[in-house]
Every structure is written in structure tokens, then in C-alpha cells.
Design a protein around this ligand. Structure first.
Ligand code: GMT
Length: 375
């Protein structure tokens, strides 16, 4: 199949999933066309089956806001015609599903009928999309998609609760290649980050309020009182500065390392002992799955799709949002003995296998086949 993938190319789960999907589909023989405003960050390898088409929005003094949807829908029309695309797959409803719908309509005028698959990722529904300013357009573009998928059952339930949806929603969970993470870094370079007796705890996110970074630091504060440990915070965002300040106030600034954005996530997870994800909302929690595939147990909140990924008592533990003491206690119970840590590391890696690329990508192929039948 010739598949056009529209996504956000930045650091963030939806862009990562879209990129990994394109790469996996290309490896299965499909021709993939990424259409977005920048080359996706995780798209390192351009192969014969992978193409990237940049959407540029010309600057014009009249525009207070750049009309990205217009440029995207025009680019979609051109690319669908030029490459004879079979299916359009948009990740993140805003504004991609809306732009995709416009492209479909323009193409239909020329008697070209292309199906559109929309994948809902989370904040496009739970945070941004349900805002009254966007809700009518988001509802419309979900209902006008030929097939809609969501990355967890929880997100499907949220979508049906928050919007007036007339379409079916198919749950296709996020995925990861579980085979390529077997000892990718033999020495792990653990000594770069911590002393041999210290446990390494990691958090990775875009450091937005929804991630509850202060809880991450407060949980760590309790852990390091009992167990020698370092905290690595990976990512950039508005909560970094307040978190740095909090660490200085608590006198733990030497134990917390802010690494900024990194393209070496798997290298960092290779020497990590425990992953913290105490989010307010999380439709899936791709970062937790990335930790698990590297054999890192996860302490997370029990919000949204997290219980579908992090299996309580197996790959780590779940707690109520904001239960800092509970999360710290559970973290300590894993970290305080080498045997327990070893057991959880093994179980975490095992639990990730359910989400292997080989199990999930065929589900998207089925979705495309279904979408093609609809037009
Ligand atoms: O977590 C974020 O703020 C980024 C956001 C995104 O759109 O990239 O992540 C969402 O999509 C990911 C991929 O499907 C999910 O793993 C995240 O759980 C989801 N984030 C939220 O629901 C807050």
C-alpha cells in the first residue's frame, strides 16, 4: 500500500508512534510518505520505501497565525495525486484530521476518493480537543474519518464520554520493537551518572504540568532518604525551572540531573533501575513502555491508559494520582533488595512483549484494508 502519514515531528509520543509505524510499515513493504512541517526526530533512516514531504507555510505580515491547516491540506492533495496514495493516516486530531478532511473533499472534486484513518493519541481529546474552542471541529473531523483508532481502551472511553461520536473507535495500542532492545549497549556507561552503590531513577517527558514533575522530585526526595540514588530528568518543558528550584530548596540538587531533550533514550534507560511516571492524565504512556522494554520497572499513577500498560505488581506498581508517599513506598520496596529489583526488571521486560511491533502493526494494516473498502 502507499500510505501518507501526517504527524507532529517533534519529541512527543504521538510523533514517535507515527514515525515508528511508518518505519515498521516500510519494512513490511509498504511505501510510506511522511507529510509534516519538519523531518520527524526519530526518522533517522531514509530508505527506498520512506519519503518525507515538508509542509512550509510562507510568512506573510498579514497573518497573525500561520494558516498551517491550509498549507497541509494543499500539500496532501498534491502528494496524493503525485504518488497515487491509497490511504491517508493522520495522527493527532488537531488539526490533522481537519486538514485531512479538507484534502479528501478537494480530491473528491477531481473524482479521487481516498480514505482517511485518524488515530487519537490523548491530549488531542482529553486536554486540548475537548476545549469549547475546538470541540465542534474535533467532533466533526472524528465523525468524518473513515476509520478512527485510539491508543487505549481508556482513551476510547474518554472520547465517547467527551464528544458526540457517531463513528466506531478501534483500539490499536502503541507498540515497540522488543527484539532490538536486547543488550544494545553492552557496557551501559552507568558510571557516567552514578556511583556503583547508587540506584538510578529516571523520568522522561515533555515536562508539562500534566506530567506532575513536582511529584517526580517529591517521590525521589523520599526514596533518597532511604536508599542512595540519583534522579535523571530527561526532556524540556515549562516545569523544568520550578523543579530545579524545588531541588535546590530541598538540598538535593547534586542528586538530580536534568539532561534536557535526548535522542539517546534507550541508552539512558539501559542504566536505569526505576522509571517514574506520576502523570495527571496519560492516554497510554509510551515512555513507560520504552522503560519496560529496557527491563526497567515502572512506578506510575493509575490514570487513563497506564493500567493497560504498567501491570500492577508485575512490571511495577500503580498508585492514585498525587499519592507521593504511596509511590515512594512502592519504589523503595522494589529498589531495596537486589533480588526484588532483578525480579521486577525481568517481569517488566516480559510484560512489554504484548506490545511488540509484530503484534500491533498488522492491526493497522487491517484498519487500512477496512478504510479502503469504505470509499
Ligand atoms: O504526553 C504528552 O504530552 C505528549 C502526547 C503526544 O501527543 O505526543 O502524548 C500522548 O500520546 C502518546 C502516544 O500515543 C501517549 O503515549 C501519551 O500517553 C499521550 N499523552 C497524554 O495523554 C497526556
Amino acid at each position: 500500500m502507499k500510505i501518507a502519514i501526517v504527524c507532529y515531528p517533534t519529541f512527543g509520543g504521538s510523533g514517535v508512534v507515527a514515525t515508528e509505524l511508518g518505519v515498521a510499515l516500510a519494512a513490511r513493504g509498504h511505501e510510506i510518505h511522511f507529510i509534516t512541517y519538519k523531518q520527524p526526530v526519530r526518522l533517522e533512516l531514509i530508505t527506498r520505501n520512506i519519503h518525507f514531504h515538508e509542509v512550509s507555510v510562507p510568512d506573510y505580515p498579514l497573518f497573525h497565525y500561520q494558516p498551517y491547516e491550509l498549507a497541509l491540506s494543499s500539500k496532501l492533495v498534491d502528494m496524493v495525486k503525485l504518488y497515487k496514495i491509497d490511504v491517508l493516516h493522520v495522527h493527532y486530531a488537531i488539526p490533522h484530521a481537519y486538514a485531512g478532511y479538507m484534502a479528501k473533499k478537494m480530491l473528491a472534486e477531481e473524482n479521487i476518493h481516498i480514505p482517511m484513518v485518524t488515530t487519537l493519541h490523548g491530549t488531542d481529546i482529553t486536554l486540548v480537543g475537548s476545549h469549547p474552542f475546538y470541540k465542534p471541529a474535533v467532533t466533526f473531523s472524528i465523525n468524518e474519518s473513515d476509520v478512527v483508532t485510539s491508543v487505549s481502551q481508556s482513551l476510547k472511553d474518554d472520547t465517547l464520554r467527551l464528544f458526540d461520536i457517531t463513528n466506531d473507535i478501534h483500539v490499536v495500542p502503541n507498540f515497540i520493537d522488543t527484539t532490538s532492545h536486547d543488550n544494545p549497549y553492552t557496557d551501559c556507561q552507568r558510571d557516567l551518572m552514578a556511583k556503583p552503590e547508587e540506584r538510578i531513577i529516571t523520568h522522561i517527558s515533555n515536562l508539562r504540568p500534566v506530567k506532575r514533575i513536582k511529584d517526580v522530585v517529591r517521590i525521589f526526595y523520599k526514596i533518597q532518604k532511604k536508599i542512595p540514588a540519583k534522579l535523571l530528568i530527561v526532556g524540556e518543558g515549562p516545569e523544568r525551572e520550578p523543579a530545579e528550584k524545588y531541588c535546590r530548596n530541598k538540598g538535593i540538587e547534586n542528586k538530580v540531573i536534568f539532561l534536557g531533550n535526548s535522542s539517546e533514550i534507550h541508552k539512558i534507560l539501559c542504566f536505569t533501575d526505576l522509571f517514574l511516571l506520576p502523570s495527571e492524565k496519560e492516554s497510554f504512556g509510551l515512555a513507560a513502555l520504552e522503560a519496560m522494554v529496557n527491563g526497567v520497572p515502572v512506578i506510575s499513577s493509575n490514570t487513563g491508559g497506564l493500567p493497560e500498560v504498567n501491570v500492577d505488581g508485575v512490571s511495577g506498581y500503580l498508585s492514585e494520582v498525587g499519592d507521593v508517599s504511596g509511590m515512594a513506598k512502592k519504589a523503595i520496596s522494589i529498589l531495596e533488595s537486589n533480588e526484588t529489583l532483578k525480579k521486577f526488571k525481568k517481569q517488566s521486560k516480559e510484560a512489554a512483549k504484548k506490545f511488540d511491533t509484530q503484534n500491533i502493526v498488522p492491526m493497522y494494516e487491517e484498519v487500512y484494508a477496512k478504510a479502503i473498502q469504505y470509499v
